[in-house]
Write a protein that binds this ligand. Structure first.
Ligand SMILES: Cc1cc2nc3c(=O)[nH]c(=O)nc-3n(C[C@H](O)[C@H](O)[C@H](O)COP(=O)(O)OP(=O)(O)OC[C@H]3O[C@@H](n4cnc5c(N)ncnc54)[C@H](O)[C@@H]3O)c2cc1C
Length: 581
């Protein structure tokens, strides 16, 4: 009997959970890893277990479909769920001489070395058993037969004078507090930025008790209408999303919250924290129309101008990015994948927002395709075709989203010389202008060291895209034009290259890392493999339900031949009839 293929999935958001589900359905053993306490990612951000919430699905869309899948995956006997576990680094087989011992490194067992030498995916370095900034975490390594990366995105915020003041939140952070903690960021709040994401943020804030004064979309009516109109069949496949946005719009209407197009927050003011904001009408390129400024009193401001994918792990794995120009530098924006979600690195798959910003339904479909293929599932089964179609519809939606809500090139006009651009290091626009106009300092690495922009705790996650865009403007390079050639012998400078993907304490770094279960008989000496259910949150610590057991039997049938059904997100979770959103 051949051992089941071991698939490691990093990220338990919609994409990662769907990947785990499909890989299990294809007969694989799955290790599902997330730095959060609960699966769900950004879309299904849930209250901590300790809150024992009576209605955890409140403020959620597609809750029952998600909850069903979550239970099926976590209770599955072939699934090991590692909550509060961060992948802080990836080690490529070619980086360690394929199994050769290095000082200070855990000695590899011969079977591991063999496995890593035959086109194995990178080794995962984990910090287990605590939140991202926690203490008492244990260092582990994990080798799998295939790796699915589904690490999602975070929201992007463009700088403007005063955006560093307390009380100015990224829209995602405000929503996370409302959805994940039921904490409101303020009483009188304005939500501003770009994209349909502003609507669920405003709806979450209203539900959690804030008074939302207005929602400001920077895109002008013409740009937004042109982006969304035409090719209606592409939108017909996104009815779930449309219904969700309609619910949010209805919530805004019920609370009489105005939604204004072509207007942005161009300044935040206050003594010690935000007290008022200045909004202004924008032209289609987001430059300010003079004389249209208005002051609004607030005690919190939530801003979001789209999303940035979390690319540090794919970059560390060596995955090619879309739009990258090999050997010529330049940074692609998303992970390049083929029709089966394979990246350019053998046995490494990518799914969800790291391959494009297309929303939760597309993330689910991509995850299911990735998980199924990573597990070695048959490539031509009918459910896979349905999932691919759903994924492709999601991608068409993503292109439309990008067309309707582009970041206008005129936003740097909002900046003053003393505007902080890198909040961690308090680097202002003046310092960047000086660096970018100096022949000696304009190279990316020199500018970074000279200005310190991007060297703080967030490691350029927030300011990185902004600094790159400003640099390109100074160099007279179009964002989509030819990239700058990297210095000889150095990899291209990219804001996504972070060899240490998650914060790690020096003490943790210094401690030896034991190999995590590879399989039971390969445990490090003296260690026992606990029941997988030890790691399952209490509400899923249950034997598989009758339907789960039936599914497991189905899977056995499937692993012998054709699957009967891969439950990806052939359609949006919300397309199911639900009463819990
Ligand atoms: C802040 C924010 C709020 C959003 N809110 C909405 C909304 O209200 N409505 C809507 O329609 N869409 C929303 N979106 C978009 C939606 O969340 C995505 O379409 C969908 O969640 C993407 O799924 P995903 O699985 O690709 O990523 P995510 O849902 O982001 O999941 C990624 C997971 O990977 C984990 N992870 C990342 N790096 C590591 C690591 N190194 N180690 C371990 N785990 C790691 C994260 O903890 C996370 O759980 C939001 C996006 C963001 C960024």
């Amino acid at each position: 009997m051949t051992a089941a293929r071991h698939v490691a999935v990093v990220g338990a958001g919609p994409a990662g959970l769907a990947a785990a589900h499909a890989a299990l359905a294809a007969g694989a053993r799955v290790t599902l890893i997330d730095s959060a306490e609960q699966p769900g990612g950004q879309y299904h951000r849930t209250l901590p277990e300790a809150y024992a919430a009576e209605r955890p699905g409140e403020l959620q869309h597609g809750w029952s479909a998600f909850e069903r899948r979550r239970r099926q995956v976590l209770a599955h006997p072939r699934c090991t769920w590692l909550p509060e576990t961060s992948v802080w680094a990836l080690e490529r087989p070619d980086q360690d001489g394929e199994g050769t011992e290095r000082p200070g490194r855990l000695q590899e067992r011969p079977d591991q070395a063999r496995k890593r030498s035959v086109g194995a995916p990178p080794r995962l370095h984990l910090l287990c058993g605590g939140p991202v900034d926690g203490s008492g975490r244990t260092r582990r390594t994990l080798d799998a037969d295939a790796l699915v990366l589904a690490t999602g995105a975070h929201d992007r915020v463009l700088p403007f004078p005063g955006w560093q003041l307390p009380g100015v939140y990224s829209a995602g952070a405000a929503q996370a507090l409302a959805k994940g903690e039921r904490v409101v960021v303020g009483d009188r709040v304005v939500v501003a930025g770009s994209g349909p994401f502003l609507l669920p943020v405003a709806a979450s804030l209203l539900e959690a008790g804030s008074r939302v004064r207005e929602v400001l979309e920077a895109g002008t009516p013409g740009t937004v209408a042109r982006g969304w109109s035409g090719r209606p069949w592409e939108l017909a496949s996104q009815l779930g999303k449309a219904a969700e946005l309609k619910d949010c719009a209805a919530a805004l209407a019920r609370h009489r919250v105005p939604y204004r197009l072509g207007r942005a927050v161009v300044e935040a003011r206050g003594a010690g924290r935000v007290e008022e904001i200045v909004t202004a009408r924008l032209r289609p390129d987001w430059s300010v129309v003079p004389g249209t400024e208005r002051t609004v009193t607030v005690d919190a401001l939530c801003v979001g101008h789209g999303f940035s994918p979390q690319l540090e792990l794919p970059v560390a794995a060596g995955c090619a990015l879309r739009g990258e120009q090999p050997g010529r530098g330049g940074t692609g924006e998303f992970v390049a994948v083929d029709d089966e979600q394979r990246t350019s690195v053998p046995c490494v798959f990518a799914a969800g927002e790291i391959t494009g910003i297309a929303g939760a339904p597309a993330a689910c479909a991509e995850g299911a395709v990735a998980g199924w293929t990573a597990a070695g599932g048959a490539p031509s089964v009918q459910p896979l075709r349905v999932l691919r179609r759903s994924r492709d519809q999601g991608r068409a939606f993503a292109r439309r989203l990008a067309r309707a809500h582009p970041v206008g090139a005129g936003w740097p006009g909002w900046l003053r010389l003393d505007t902080v651009v890198c909040r961690c290091e308090e680097t202002d626009y003046r310092a960047l202008c000086e660096a970018f106009t100096s022949a000696a300092e304009s190279a990316p690495r020199v500018a970074k060291l000279g200005t310190r922009a991007g060297l703080g705790p967030c490691q350029a996650r927030i300011c990185g895209p902004t600094v790159t865009e400003l640099r390109d403007r100074f160099a007279g390079r179009a964002a989509d034009g030819p990239a700058e050639r990297p210095a000889d012998g150095l990899p291209a400078a990219t804001p996504h290259r972070r060899p240490i993907a998650q914060p790690i304490r020096l003490g943790e770094l210094a401690s030896p890392a034991a190999a995590l279960i590879d399989d039971e008989q390969h445990l490090p000496e003296g260690e026992q493999l606990g029941d997988a259910s030890d790691q399952i949150p209490s509400d899923s610590k249950q034997r598989p339900s009758a339907s789960d057991q039936t599914r497991t039997e189905d899977e056995q049938t499937r692993s012998r031949g054709e699957p009967t059904h891969i439950e990806g997100e052939q359609s949006h979770p919300d397309s199911e009839q639900e009463s819990d959103s």
